[in-house]
Write a protein that binds this ligand. Structure first.
Ligand code: SF4
Length: 306
C-alpha cells in the first residue's frame, strides 16, 4: 500500500473551493474571513474546475464565506461539476440563512450533500457567536426538510467553542436526522483569526476550549449515530483549499500557490503543503456521494478508501 499511496500524494482528490470570502454573518471564530471581496467569473471558474477534474479531483466542496450569496453562480458550478465533469461528490457548506427551496428544486439532482453550520439551538448563543438574526434554528429545520424532499443528503456542522461546549443538542439533532454530524473543535488559523491585537478580522482566542472540554461535548452526544468528532489535531492541515483567486492555500501558513489557470494544477500543488494522511484519518474519503435513488438516510454511502 505504501508505494501506491505514495504515488497518489499530489492528486487533488478532494478540493474545498472557497470561491468567496464574503459572508452575511460575522462569527467570532471564522477562519476564512472577508479579507477580500474578489470573485472569479463563471467561465474562469469552470475552466479551473475542469483542470482539477483532469488532475484527478473526484470530490468538490463549495464553501466560503457564504456560497449562497451567489446562488446563480453556485448553481451553475454544481450542475457543471455533476453533469459535465461527472464528479462523484458535489457538496456545499453554508450557514443556511440564504438557502431556498427553489435552489434545491433546481439543482438538488446534481448535489450530493448540503452541510449546514449550526453552533447552537439557543438563539442567544448564536447571537453571541455572531451568527444571530433570531431565526437560525427555524431555518435549519426548513433546510433539512427541503433536502429530504429534493434528494440531497443533509449534514450538520458544529464548531464546539467556549459558548456552546456545555450545551445538550441531543433532542434537536435526533429530530433533524443529519446523515453526518461533524463536530469541530474551534481552531486558530494564522492570519485569519489568531491575532488578539486586532491584525486579523477575527480573534478566536476567546472562543477556544481544551481538548478535554471538546471530548466532554462529544461524550454527551455519543448516542447520535452520525456524530463525527474532528479534533484540532486532525483538522488543521488536512483540507486542500482553493481560494477565491483559484490558488491553493498552504496549510502551514506560507504563501499560497500561483493561480491554477496560470501555472496548472500540478505546479500549484507542488508549491504548497497539506496533510493527506490526516485527510484519510479523519475519514475524508468516506461516504461522500448519495447512493442512486436515495432521498435521505445515514451511513449507507460508498466507501472510497483504497
Ligand atoms: S457563517 Fe461561516 S463564513 Fe460566515 S462568518 Fe460564520 S464561520 Fe465565517
Amino acid at each position: 500500500m505504501g508505494t501506491t499511496y505514495g504515488m497518489l500524494l499530489k492528486v487533488p482528490v478532494s478540493v474545498n473551493y472557497h470561491f468567496t470570502r464574503r459572508c452575511n454573518k460575522a462569527c467570532g471564530f471564522c477562519f476564512h474571513t472577508a479579507t477580500t471581496s474578489h470573485i472569479e467569473d463563471l467561465p474562469r471558474q469552470k475552466q479551473a474546475l475542469q483542470l482539477l477534474a483532469r488532475a484527478g479531483m473526484r470530490k468538490i466542496n463549495f464553501a466560503g464565506g457564504e456560497p449562497f450569496l451567489y446562488p446563480k453562480q453556485l448553481g451553475a458550478m454544481v450542475d457543471y461539476c455533476k453533469r459535465e465533469l461527472r464528479l462523484e461528490s458535489v457538496s456545499i457548506v453554508t450557514n443556511g440563512s440564504k438557502v431556498t427551496e427553489s435552489f434545491l428544486r433546481q439543482h438538488g439532482a446534481n448535489l450530493d450533500i448540503l452541510a449546514v453550520s449550526c453552533d447552537s439551538f439557543n438563539e442567544a448563543t448564536n447571537t453571541a457567536i455572531g451568527r444571530g438574526s433570531g431565526d437560525q434554528v427555524a431555518q435549519l429545520y426548513r433546510v433539512a426538510a427541503w433536502c429530504r424532499a429534493h434528494g440531497v443528503r443533509f449534514k450538520l456542522n458544529t464548531v464546539v467553542n467556549r459558548l456552546n461546549a456545555g450545551e445538550d443538542m441531543n433532542a434537536h439533532v435526533a429530530a433533524l436526522r443529519p446523515f453526518r454530524w461533524k463536530c469541530f473543535q474551534v481552531l486558530l488559523v494564522r492570519g485569519e483569526n489568531d491575532d488578539p491585537a486586532g491584525a486579523t478580522l477575527r480573534n478566536a482566542h476567546k472562543f477556544t476550549i481544551s481538548d478535554a472540554e471538546f471530548e466532554g461535548f462529544c461524550e454527551r452526544h455519543r448516542g447520535q449515530e452520525g456524530l463525527v468528532p474532528e479534533p484540532n489535531r486532525l483538522m488543521a492541515k488536512s483540507y486542500l483549499i482553493l481560494d477565491e483567486y483559484l490558488r491553493f492555500l498552504d496549510r502551514t501558513g506560507r504563501q499560497p500557490s500561483e493561480p491554477i489557470l496560470e501555472v496548472g494544477v500540478e505546479r500549484a500543488l507542488e508549491s504548497v503543503y497539506w496533510d493527506e494522511d490526516a485527510f484519510v484519518e479523519r475519514g475524508g474519503l468516506y461516504d461522500w456521494a448519495k447512493p442512486a435513488g436515495e432521498t435521505e438516510g445515514c451511513g449507507g454511502g460508498k466507501e472510497l478508501y483504497w
